[in-house]
Ligand binder design. Structure first.
Ligand code: PLP
Length: 379
């Protein structure tokens, strides 16, 4: 009977008509690459983040890579990060020639364990890349206390955390480098894209060079190249989408939090004991609920693959898998990482499942997803 209902994906972007019109205007304007829309999008975000400089790029991945380059991180340097993230988070460390060092995650927040970060610091450590998985920040006071004590830079992988907060302050409005992604599934999207919040205009100038071949222009025809940059700029087409999304940023976060509340209500207080599964931490004043992830029981009635298949085939409900432990990918095994090194990450990586969560979703959709999960896990 449920299979007759339309497919409920785990994520779907919402682009309103005003945004589609704005994109059409850019396409007709005669200027489609980086231009006035990019400048306007950066200015809107800078205002949102308390006046800190913001520069845009064409992915969250290159945004983090450029932050590492601005920080001067390269060969011989170590950067500490979490094994539970999209692989981009660790790849960028290798990309700049530095060495990724992992610290295991906390089983409740599923974010990097800051005690283990401190234990992993060596004289070569130059930076920390914390990830705010599902839009839940780490303990930001503790993070920056550690960074200050050891003289480390922080590149916050806030790809999932647009609209999230810490003690009433927006993620991005304080701290060191803060990197966002606007990939299609993110809370705010430009199709693909990213933005970096920086500390000062000097860093912002460097960011502009790194995103466009290292070029500096002056006067009518003056041009010089003094750093090796790449091609990482955002187009006005993307920025027009971003501006359209930005108009709804408060509503997007509020709606996701309301959906998360409905998830907890629909699962009810007995669900964890009955199923052996684990719900995410309740954090309505900080998380933006980018994802709603449950950890399946270790010895439940089904494997994760069977669970995901049953959700799809029996109930027409999509699920996702975020994320496989990075250290167990072949590229990382070749660098000496192996099973057993980060047991909490390995367990979460084996059992985590992402349930549907997106702006256009309704509370009835939540109830449907929860009913399906219960039917499978509590047979
Ligand atoms: C999406 C994401 C990225 C990568 O962003 P792109 O825009 O796809 O390059 C990095 N880290 C995390 C945690 C993400 O969710």
């Amino acid at each position: 009977m449920s299979a007759a209902l339309p497919f409920l994906p785990f994520s779907r972007p919402t682009i309103d008509e005003a945004t589609i019109t704005a994109v059409g205007e850019v396409l007709r304007s005669g200027w489609i690459t980086s231009g006035p829309k990019v400048a306007a999008f950066e200015a809107r975000m800078s205002e949102y983040f308390g006046g800190r400089p913001v520069r845009t790029f064409n992915s969250g991945t290159c945004t983090m890579e450029i932050a590492l380059r601005i920080a001067g991180i390269g060969p011989g340097d170590e950067v500490i990060t979490t094994p539970i993230s999209w692989v981009a988070t660790a790849n960028v460390i290798i990309e700049v020639g530095a060495t990724p060092v992992f610290a295991d995650i906390d089983p409740l927040t599923r974010n990097i364990d800051l005690d283990l970060v401190e234990a992993a610091i060596t004289p070569r450590t130059k930076a920390i890349i914390p990830v705010y998985l599902s839009g839940l920040p780490v303990d930001m006071d503790r993070l920056y206390a550690i960074a200050k004590k050891h003289g480390l830079r922080v590149v916050e992988d806030a790809a999932q955390a647009f609209g999230a907060e810490w003690r009433g302050q927006r993620i991005g409005a304080f701290g060191d480098f803060v990197s966002f992604s606007f990939q299609a599934n993110k809370n705010l999207t430009t199709g693909e894209g990213g933005a970096l919040v920086l500390n000062n205009l000097e860093e912002a100038k460097l960011a502009e060079k790194y995103r466009l071949q290292g070029v500096t222009r002056s006067g009518v025809d003056g041009i010089d190249v003094d750093v090796l940059g790449g091609k990482y700029n955002m187009s006005d087409i993307m920025a027009a989408i971003g501006l359209g999304q930005f108009a709804n940023v408060e509503a997007i976060t509020a709606h996701r939090r309301a959906l998360a509340r409905r998830y907890y209500e629909a699962f009810g207080p007995a669900f964890e004991a009955q199923s052996g599964a684990q719900l995410p931490l309740q954090a309505f004043d900080s998380s933006n609920y980018h994802l709603f992830q449950i950890i399946l029981p270790d010895r439940g009635p089904t494997t994760r693959a069977d669970f995901m298949r049953a959700m799809q085939e029996r109930f027409n409900v999509g699920t996702g898998y975020h994320y496989a432990p990075i250290h167990l990918f072949s590229l990382y095994r070749a660098r000496g990482f192996k099973e057993g090194m980060f047991p909490v990450a390995e367990k979460v990586g084996r059992l985590t499942v992402t349930l549907p969560m997106f702006y256009a979703m309704t509370t009835a959709d939540v109830d449907r997803a929860v009913a399906a999960v219960k039917a499978i896990l509590i047979p």
